[in-house]
Design a protein around this ligand. Structure first.
Ligand code: DX5
Ligand code: ZN
Length: 219
């Protein structure tokens, strides 16, 4: 099985020590940092905004993977780009024109991602693959960390892997929600190449060992 990239989700970190947490997880071998942006409207929780992303940007050199759970998202894309996001992903349900939103992210010089909720079909991304650098499969309903992995998303990951391979495009396939050392191999087997993990990293004492366990390969 291929070795996936691991993107720890800051949502499970100690919010009183965010800067130190970012440094620690980068030093522990995280490939990317996943930053969950929630508005209390698109999802029933509120996290943080571009000011916090900008402040944390100085603490590590790894790519910042910003997962927008806000609606509308379009008015804030430039702010997250300026704050230091490298990847910006949004849900098709967050606005009326997904194609235009992806164009905007690309025009800002950033990598563009499409996030599919558990009930959102793979077809939602089929006609925008030319503007997509990453597809994120939500394996929990977005809004909270620490939820259980939704099994029905495994065949969806496999279907998206086929769609990406058939397209011949360079598109990352990411999974987010309930990813642990137990569920990770099944995601990788289905075709995922980037795994987001919140609780399974920040909830552990040894971040390096936790990341290595999810990655499933010797460091
Ligand atoms: C949920 C977020 C996830 C969350 C994952 O809305 O998108 O990134 O932090 O947390 P765990 O890994 O604990 O399920
Ligand atoms: Zn996320």
């Amino acid at each position: 099985m291929a070795v996936p990239l691991i993107a720890p989700s800051l949502l499970a970190a100690d919010f009183a020590r965010l800067g130190e947490e970012v440094e620690a997880v980068a030093a522990a071998g995280a490939d990317w940092l996943h930053l969950d942006i929630m508005d209390g409207h698109f999802v029933p929780n509120i996290s943080f905004g571009p000011v916090v992303v900008k402040a944390l940007r100085k603490r590590a050199a790894i790519p910042f993977d910003v997962h927008l759970m806000i609606a509308p998202a379009d008015p804030y894309l430039a702010a997250f780009a300026e704050a230091g996001a490298d990847w910006i992903s949004l849900h098709p349900e967050a606005g009326p024109h997904l194609h235009r939103s992806l164009q905007t992210i690309r025009a800002l010089g950033k990598k563009a991602g499409v996030v599919l909720n558990p009930a959102t079909p793979v077809e939602s991304v089929a006609h925008v693959l030319d503007l997509t650098d990453l597809i994120l499969v939500m394996s929990v309903n977005p809004g909270f960390g620490g939820q259980s992995f939704i099994e029905s998303q495994l065949p969806k990951i496999a279907a998206l892997r086929r769609m990406i391979d058939d397209s011949g495009r360079d598109i990352r396939l990411q999974v987010d929600g309930g990813v642990t050392a137990t569920t990770a191999p099944r995601c990788i087997e289905a075709g995922a190449d980037v795994l987001v993990a919140g609780t399974a990293v920040f909830g552990q004492k040894d971040y390096g060992a936790a990341i290595a366990a999810i990655r499933g390969a010797p460091r």
